[in-house]
Design a protein around this ligand. Structure first.
Ligand code: SF4
Ligand code: SF4
Ligand code: SF4
Length: 387
């Protein structure tokens, strides 16, 4: 059992990390030709550096807005404050207390002490929200989801503001495609039923949120805080272990040259939630979550680089024989395409394109589609990836 000093040291270490990277999930780490810089592009603090197959986050510069987490197509970035599970639990409890209305506020709005802290969940910045939780809530019958901020103009996170609108628009697009009647609103005010009745409760909670979101834990550490730190640390160690085993599979040391496949977890959870809501009512949707691929077969050499580097196995080798000997097939699973663009970046002939307009029929079909490519003239071994 760690003593108080150990716990304080752990706290200091955790305070410097709001985001954990899982490098082997990052497409820029997996392939240096990757053009993905979505996280670095949204980072208002210039805290993310990607170079030579490495991704690093300057913990001192990071302001913990969480914007990078929401935009990463492969879930290579993980929020530590709050953790996914903590946020989901807080949302569930506060939604129940607010009679089925989900309210999520930024910490700065919470500090204004207007809302009843038992009836809304708090994130450091609303840029931390992603589509997964919003669509999941709608699939559980929540029809009124309110994201409350409204003080962005003077906030240290203000550069992350467009990310919030992007996430809301993206979640709304996903919900509209299946005819959901859930409404996600970004608003400056707490709804009337969430207004505080007891000012003292709000003052206490706002203070607690301020300390938590700022990473300044009180020195008289309470038992619950200590438990949280130890649990977080254990989780970090687990993640590091997972990362290590993935690195091994990458063959960095033994030169095996094969890419391990990662789960398109977020995609599948979103699709699952959408299918709980209903059948598609729109033939197509424009989205940043799923992608489609188009191959210019005349330019394609059949080298299989796209299959080789697709991190989620959305593109894979097909055993189907093409009737024309100069052509071949690969399989494409739209549900698992995260729009990471690595297939296009890795393609030597620049003949594959990833597009954000997807067919909802194909998406909900779950069956992979055959995509015509050129037959490899040299029987390139790259296309012999097993699985
Ligand atoms: S895959 Fe994620 S972590 Fe890697 S560069 Fe893209 S957005 Fe950043
Ligand atoms: S949490 Fe915000 S500040 Fe920190 S690395 Fe991500 S985008 Fe940058
Ligand atoms: S098909 Fe292309 S864009 Fe889609 S997940 Fe695979 S590599 Fe990424």
């Amino acid at each position: 059992m760690p003593n108080l000093n150990d716990i304080m040291e752990m706290m200091d270490a955790l305070e410097t990390k709001a985001v954990i990277t899982v490098p082997t999930r990052c497409v820029a780490v997996r392939n240096r030709h990757s053009t993905c810089r979505k996280c670095a592009d949204v980072c208002l603090a210039d805290a993310i550096e990607i170079e030579k197959n490495e991704i690093t986050i300057d913990a001192g510069a990071c302001v913990a807005c969480g914007a990078c987490i929401a935009v990463c197509p492969t879930s290579a970035l993980i929020s530590v404050d709050p953790m996914e599970e903590e946020l989901a639990a807080a949302v569930a409890a506060t939604t129940a207390a607010a009679d089925g209305v989900t309210v999520i506020a930024c910490a700065r709005k919470a500090a204004r002490q207007v809302g009843d802290p038992d009836k809304y969940a708090v994130v450091p910045c609303l840029a931390r929200m992603d589509e997964r939780l919003l669509v999941e809530l709608a699939s559980r019958g929540i029809t009124d989801i309110q994201l409350v901020d409204g003080t962005c103009a003077t906030c240290k996170y203000r550069a992350a503001e467009p990310c919030i609108d992007d996430t809301v628009a993206s979640a709304c697009e996903l919900l509209a495609a299946v005819g959901s009647d859930a409404v996600i609103t970004r608003t400056a005010d707490f709804p009337a039923n969430v207004h505080v009745a007891d000012l003292r409760k709000a003052v206490g909670a706002a203070r607690r949120e301020f300390f938590t979101s700022s990473g300044h834990y009180a020195k008289d550490v309470a038992k619950t805080a200590a438990e949280k730190v130890v649990n977080d640390k254990l989780r970090q160690l687990k993640l590091a272990k997972e990362e290590q085993s993935l690195r091994d599979k990458l063959g960095v040391k033994n030169g095996a040259g094969k890419m391990p496949v990662i789960d398109a977890e977020r995609n599948l959870e979103i699709l699952d939630a959408m299918s709980r809501i209903g059948e598609p009512v729109e033939p197509e949707m424009f989205t940043r979550i799923f992608g489609d691929v188009e191959v210019d077969v005349e330019k394609c050499s059949g080298c299989g680089m796209c299959v080789m580097f697709c991190p989620t196995d959305a593109l894979r080798k097909s055993l189907d024989k093409h009737p024309d000997k100069t052509r071949a097939y690969m399989e494409f699973s739209m549900a698992e395409c995260t729009q990471c663009n690595l297939c296009a970046d890795a393609c030597l002939k620049k003949c594959i394109e990833v597009v954000p307009m997807v067919s909802t029929t194909e998406l909900f079909d779950f069956e992979p589609r055959l995509v015509e490519i050129s037959a490899s003239k040299s029987g390139n071994k790259l296309f012999n990836r097993k699985k």
